[in-house]
Design a protein around this ligand. Structure first.
Ligand code: AKG
Length: 295
């Protein structure tokens, strides 16, 4: 696979703390995901024709959030998209990743103030703190499903050089103290924005009264950092949408959701047969082939 993670993005991520990589989601998959958004949100035209009809979407800053798994396969697939995983693995410096969160987030202009103060994300992702040597990291990603500009509520990030001296145990910055140095994470639809969980950032106001922002947020942690995560996916195990998604994706992609890889000691004749009963459309051949009863 051609690398879409050019050195300049790795450098930005390491030096500044975030990067926006364009063209990560190919056009057709982006189009399908944008169409699938209509199952959850009105189109901007529909919304602005009658905002009162959609009051619940702006009843709070967070009212436009919808948690993974979704009813639409094309949205679920973005959380394990090979281009996204390639970028995050390269940025975090480990090929062994796990999905730690999936959220859709729609924001619309003229109703609610989306402005936030600078914070580090780990507060509601882990009970511990980030390590300065970069081990056991987590990255938040935003897959842009619409263009995100300075007037449509981009995430604002404080460069590492300014904030890294603040002890990692501090989760919230003095309000307003770093607004003069923040940078806006803007980009076109299909881009991937990534920041690491020790980075100070904030949501910003939707300045354009007719503005909108659609994004799919997925967090990834280093596999061994089992203490990080906003979801436990077993909780959604009875959701037919999650089952259809698991059946559709590859064994390597399932590992991102903590489904053991082919060859893992978990697999034997019994677990393979019973998983086939649970997931009738899952191709169990890779698990059978990798199973060695004599091992
Ligand atoms: O929506 C954004 O751009 C950032 C939001 C955020 O940082 C948060 O809600 O913790």
């Amino acid at each position: 696979m051609k690398s879409i993670l050019q050195n300049k993005y790795v450098q930005q991520f390491n030096d500044i703390g975030f990067t926006v990589i364009p063209n990560v989601i190919p056009d057709l998959e982006l189009k399908h995901a944008q169409e699938a958004l209509r199952k959850y949100y009105p189109s901007p035209d529909e919304y602005f024709a009658n905002p009162d009809k959609f009051n619940e979407l702006t009843s709070s800053q967070f009212a436009g959030l919808k948690l993974f798994p979704w009813t639409e396969l094309s949205l679920n697939q973005l959380t394990v998209h090979p281009n996204v995983i390639q970028c995050v693995a390269g940025l975090l410096g480990t090929p062994n990743l796990r999905l730690a969160k999936g959220e859709l987030w729609a924001k619309f202009g003229n109703r609610i103030d989306y402005d936030q103060e600078h914070h580090r994300d780990y507060g509601n992702h882990a009970l511990t703190v980030p390590r300065r040597d970069g081990l056991y990291r987590e990255a938040t990603t935003f897959i842009f499903l619409s263009d995100i500009t300075t007037t449509t509520g981009p995430t604002a990030v404080v460069p590492k050089a300014v904030s890294d001296s603040i002890p990692y145990g501090v989760m919230r910055a003095e309000p307003g103290s770093m607004r003069n140095v923040e940078m806006y994470a803007t980009g076109v639809a299909g881009s991937l924005m990534v920041y690491s969980y020790e980075i100070f950032h904030r949501g910003t106001a939707m300045v354009d009264p007719k503005g909108f922002r659609f994004a799919l947020l997925a967090d990834y942690r280093a596999a061994e950092a089992t203490w990080i995560g906003k979801h436990s996916f077993g909780r959604f195990g009875l959701d037919p949408n999650l089952n259809a998604f698991l059946e559709d994706i590859s064994p390597e992609q399932r590992v991102l959701l903590d489904f053991p890889a082919p060859g893992h000691r978990f697999w034997n004749e019994q677990t393979i047969d019973d998983c086939q009963i649970r997931y009738p459309n899952m191709d169990m051949t890779p698990y059978t082939k990798a199973y060695d009863p004599t091992a």
